[in-house]
Write a protein that binds this ligand. Sequence first.
Ligand SMILES: [Ca+2]
Ligand SMILES: [Ca+2]
Ligand SMILES: [Ca+2]
Length: 297
Amino acid sequence: MKKLFSVLLTVALVAMLGAVVFAANPDTKFKAVNGTAVVDGVKDEIYTVADAIPVAVTDSGEMAGTAVVYAAWDDTNMYYFFEVTDPTVTPADLCTSDYLSDSVETYFSFAGYTDDITTINAGQYTVGPNFTAWAGRGGHWDAYNAESKWAFVMTDKGWDMEMSIPFGADYKVAAGNEIPFTIAFNDDSDGDAERNYQPMISEGQSNAWSVVDDTYNTLIFSDIKFEPIVEETPAEEAPAAEAPAEEAPAAETVAEAPAAPAPAAQTGDSTWLLLMAGSGALVTPIVVYTTMKKKRK
Ligand SMILES: [Ca+2]
Ligand SMILES: [Ca+2]
Ligand SMILES: [Ca+2]
């Protein structure tokens, strides 16, 4: 009985282990968004709705920096935007314009999986800050690197890189298409133009430059688009009924100078016509004649 239990337990354990399936790298898929980016090293809004692709797994070496990548596509190009955290950057005067200096790499295949990227429509596009030209490999790279563009901007935490790569004549892109791809960051972590380590998206991708195999991940050309938030403009308001003219604020009461005493109302009775005649001591009221005469009327 004890033995039977032990056998059953073993069978159960084997069954459980068999159920543990590790996801193959192609099952790790990332969505590129549909839209056109400006290749200037500045992050376009369209990337904000793309999947953030982490480039932070290395088969060897101790990482000092990592990258996060966003992808987009339109009818003619793929776009990639790399935010690279990199405390020490290969100086421009030492930069070798290849994978040994700080750089990022985009790998993809438009021809499925095959052993040698140089014989198929696939590419490895490598570029970094201060490069004078692309580096790379592959049938697609040979045909289209001259039409591809890149631009970088140094940042507080390292540098940002942006690239556009044309699909080319032999690949027809459509929403929902999936391709094998991966990304690498070649980090020269001490600034001597010798790569110290190479983080990528998933484990086992260090031969991506040579072979398109199932160590690659998958990129989806999704129909997700960036929708700018349009602030609703309030309908033009009918002009408000004319507001009553605001009353002029009462003029501040200024202490008025005391009015000069009003002249005493004159009455007929008090109308005296003084005719002054003469001068000095000789002023003599001559007559009050007018009033008196009036009265007599
Ligand atoms: Ca841009
Ligand atoms: Ca570096
Ligand atoms: Ca180095």
